[in-house]
Design a protein around this ligand. Sequence first.
Ligand code: SF4
Length: 345
Amino acid sequence: MKEKSKPGLSGLSLEDLQDALAPLPAYRGQQVFQWLAQGVPSFQAMTNLPIALRKSLEEGFSLYSSSISAKQEDSDGTVKLQITLEDQERIESVLLIDREGRQTACLSTQAGCPMSCVFCKTGTRGFSRNLTAGEIVEQFFHLRSLKGPISNIVVMGMGEPLLNLAELRKALRILTDPEGTGLSKRRITLSTSGIDYGIRELADFGPDCRLALSLTTGDKELREKLMPVTKTNPLPALKEALLYYQRKQRRRVTLEAVLIRGINTREKDVHTLADFAQGLETMVNLIPWNPIAGLVFEGKPLQEPTKEEFERFAGELEKKGLKVTRRLRRGKRIAGACGQLGAAE
Ligand code: SF4
């Protein structure tokens, strides 16, 4: 899937595509949009277009700007793709398959990430640039080319999605358009490290999707160390933003916590997390930290939590009346699990 140096079509909404192809009639734009949604490999394969038109489109435009450069598959069915962009930046995207066989695309929104979360490999590689809408959409197409239809999207790959909201909005508009891929908005979840103005922007202008906050801990000092974004987006401001989102969107938000052995699994973390959750319509998603070499906190290598530690923490939260889910480990062996993206670079 790679063509170069011509205006790309994969990141255009149906209306923008029709504008780009003017003076062709609107129905031609619609046909091309539908072909793109199917992941067609070339203009030549758009068999309901006249041959002369296919040729002139090929001369003037490119379909895709990225290509799969590496693929790893875990024995649990998870597949991680390394995707090379037109400027040779590399990003990663993951296909997750649950027990019922439902497929979920985990998409990246930035090449690298500027947020520097201590427990995340992507955070250590630094930030290169925001992805375009086309580059986000193409990750979905690349993943779908592996094992067929995908029903869910989680925007939890590389990068902080709220720092690239305009392009993400465009991408999700394309992927949810009933004329094209037609994904359900209810099956899209965006996960943020916590940017208060970004959450408000999401509440006001979309994209229309579910929201998860990677809370990690409700302890201010510890969160500032684990997630430096907290220094400029303090917990009370984040909570206010979540309450605003809930009022506007009438949706529950998820609080996520990646549990790291002996660090954010203390009694204090149970209490501060429960305090933060108070007043929110929420559930807590606990994720055992996935081992990845080279990540340290206060001079010591991070470790995954023990089973007992993980269960005790979950049980304590439940005793406080919170609804808790435990996220299954997926893709751990190929560094495709949460926090492991970018490990191969
Ligand atoms: S956890 Fe998310 S926001 Fe934090 S560094 Fe990793 S990719 Fe960036």
